[in-house]
Write a protein that binds this ligand. Structure first.
Ligand SMILES: *Cc1c(COP(=O)(O)O)cnc(C)c1O
Length: 383
């Protein structure tokens, strides 16, 4: 029979990312409880941090989330038909020239980041003949995105802008939210509040990302923009230990061999077996987002509680682990071993790779199968 190619190819991917949607929902409710009465918006840029924006967005809107942020207009366009009409979608990276009319037509709100963007949005609203709400971001000290405060007077003096583009949300972003004692946090908050006080009618405020949630109630504003926290990461914050892990990464064993002492392994033969070893080759490499830096024993896979150190260099599509610790009959071609999960947390793997959990998550490539686990899903909560 030759009718099931698609099903086979996914199950035989080099690895799989399992996304626990029940944990995602629990994290949303935990963060929402902490932030109340502020609402929690979901930041779903970069395919929901690599986990698959469709099922993630469905789960979160099903749990009550009413605001979603993405980075790009294209991400908003892809998401818009999937989400209920009452869910607002904001584009963090601003309003690119030429996309104004499609943005308005799609019912997507830009985060206006400059006077030029604000004026183009005003003109679009005037030619559409109806007010077009948008978010406005102020740069309060990060120098990345947002209207420089020196330009706020000019914007507020523009009566046509105020009539055409009601400010649905006034946004700023903290540079040091993950360092609670950093003086920039309160400095940015005060700058933001002073600027907001000049805008009438008073718009709803949005300041904190996930880390900002734990800085204090005054940072919550009206809408918190949570990304990584929803996915279980809460470095150095009081949320640590209370959020549930959402993502696990497993690699498929694509070959097992018994190597004699003195066998060289992988490109450059940088590893030589010190004695007879059982080696397993895994179907994940740096093309799938597993950092090449994590070769040479800097990370381990896990199987049934046994450590399987990565030996030699990570290749593009595979890497080799020393599976000698596993009783021989237990590990076979086609089995899956854990790379990120209960034994090796995302934070531990990121630290070993010299990076942050965000970069590992968004790097997990499209060749990996995504498996969505849901326990007791409410109606409508499916990809
Ligand atoms: C990515 C991003 C967020 C979400 O940050 P997390 O640390 O993942 O919670 C919030 N706001 C802005 C402006 C962002 O770019």
């Amino acid at each position: 029979m030759c009718g099931a190619i698609e099903g086979h190819s996914r199950a035989n991917a080099g690895g799989r990312v399992t996304v626990d949607l029940a944990a995602l929902r629990a994290n949303y409710h935990l963060i929402a409880g902490l932030c109340a009465p502020a609402r929690v918006a979901a930041v779903l840029k970069a395919d929901a941090y690599g986990l698959g924006v469709g099922p993630v967005a469905d789960t979160l809107t099903g749990a009550g989330c009413r605001e979603v942020f993405v980075a790009l207009f294209q991400e908003a366009l892809d998401l818009r038909p999937r989400l209920p009409g009452h869910v607002a979608i904001y584009v963090l990276n601003g309003l690119a020239a030429g996309e104004e009319a499609s943005c308005a037509a799609a019912g997507v709100m830009p985060v206006l980041n400059s006077l030029g963007q604000a004026r183009r949005w005003r003109d679009t609203a005037e030619s559409c003949g109806r007010p077009l709400p948008a978010a406005l971001q102020l740069d309060t000290g990060m120098s990345r995105l947002g209207l420089p405060l020196d330009d706020l007077d000019a914007l507020l003096a523009d009566a046509a802008f105020r009539a055409a583009a009601p400010i649905a949300l006034l946004v700023t972003h903290l540079a040091c939210a993950d360092e609670p004692a950093h003086p920039a946090n309160t400095a940015q908050l005060e700058t933001f509040r002073a600027a907001a006080a000049r805008i009438a009618p008073a718009p709803p405020l949005s300041i904190a990302n996930s880390a900002g949630v734990t800085l204090g109630a005054e940072f919550a504003g009206d809408v918190v923009r949570a990304g990584i926290g929803l996915f279980g990461i809460a470095a150095k914050s009081p949320l640590q230990g209370r959020l549930r892990d959402v993502a696990t990464l497993e690699a498929r064993v694509i070959q097992v061999r018994d190597a004699p002492a003195g066998a060289g392994v992988g490109y450059g033969l940088t590893y030589t077996t010190p004695g007879p070893r059982r080696l397993a080759t895994l179907g994940i490499g740096y093309a799938d987002g597993w950092p090449r830096h994590l070769g040479g024993g800097r990370a381990t896979a896990w199987f049934g509680g046994h450590r399987l150190p990565v030996v030699g260099r990570v290749s593009m599509d595979s890497m080799t682990v020393d599976a000698s610790a596993v009783p021989h009959h237990l590990l076979q071609e086609g089995d899956h071993v854990e790379l990120i999960g209960s034994n090796a947390s995302l934070e531990v793997v990121a630290t070993a790779a010299g990076t942050i959990p965000y970069e590992i998550l968004v790097g997990l490539g499209p060749r990996l199968q995504r498996v969505y686990r849901r326990a007791g899903p409410p109606a409508g909560d499916r990809p």
